[in-house]
Design a protein. Structure first.
Length: 219
């Protein structure tokens, strides 16, 4: 066991000086009273798309679950070691979140692997390949046309992955029950890391709309 990387030590020093010192009372309250976030966000573990940064979130505001490609597999009762399902269950059943958001992003490495003609396993266990297998089987042919450019195919599959994960959320019986009771809503969003634009999935039309456009229509 070695010391933490210098970058992390410097970052922690900055955090204590510039952030924690200003919100010490908030952290103390969260420690004593527990967390009560209203939003569960399922996002990619990509280092370029941190939800807390994108949404300028304060401590205790968003319960974040991150995995490769922000993917939610269908509910599987016999799977004892599904970390994503465990986190969803905790957020919905214990924390009683009011919103569940699937947040995808541009240039996703996991999606890029799905688009490849031949996938070479990263290890003998092929953890990545097995994780993405469901999306490969349903998504690659469903949304990618030969006429598309590589960039268009990538974005199309990123959008499809969000829609597919939203559909899979409703296979979780206790989540669907709360949704049907009007106690919870589900949302999809996509973040373009190249320009900072955020796109929101419209439930009525099934298309992604730039959030700035929605803000303008409300003003």
């Amino acid at each position: 066991m070695t010391d933490l990387p210098e970058r992390l030590l410097n970052g922690y020093r900055s955090f204590m000086t510039n952030h924690f010192s200003q919100q010490a009372a908030r952290y103390r309250q969260l420690a004593e009273e527990g967390q009560r976030p209203e939003i569960l966000m399922i996002a990619c573990c990509d280092s370029r798309a941190a939800p807390e940064t994108i949404f300028d979130a304060s401590p205790g505001e968003i319960f974040v679950v991150r995995n490769v490609a922000n993917f939610v597999p269908p509910f599987s009762p016999g799977d004892q070691y599904d970390a994503t399902a465990a986190a969803i269950e905790f957020a919905v059943q214990s924390l009683k979140v009011k919103h569940v958001v699937i947040l995808g992003h541009g240039r996703c490495g996991g999606i890029n692997i799905v688009l490849g003609e031949v996938y070479k396993p990263l290890s003998s266990n092929n953890c990545m390949g097995l994780w993405m297998d469901l999306l490969v089987s349903v998504g690659k042919g469903a949304c990618c046309r030969e006429s598309m450019t590589e960039t268009e195919r990538q974005a199309a599959l990123e959008h499809f992955s969000i829609r597919y994960s939203l559909k899979n959320l409703e296979t979780f019986p206790w989540l669907k029950k709360r949704k049907d009771q009007g106690l919870l809503t589900i949302h999809g969003a996509w973040f373009d890391i190249s320009n900072g634009e955020l796109w929101s999935l419209e439930q009525e039309t099934g298309r992604f709309v730039r959030v700035e456009e929605k803000l303008l229509t409300r003003s």
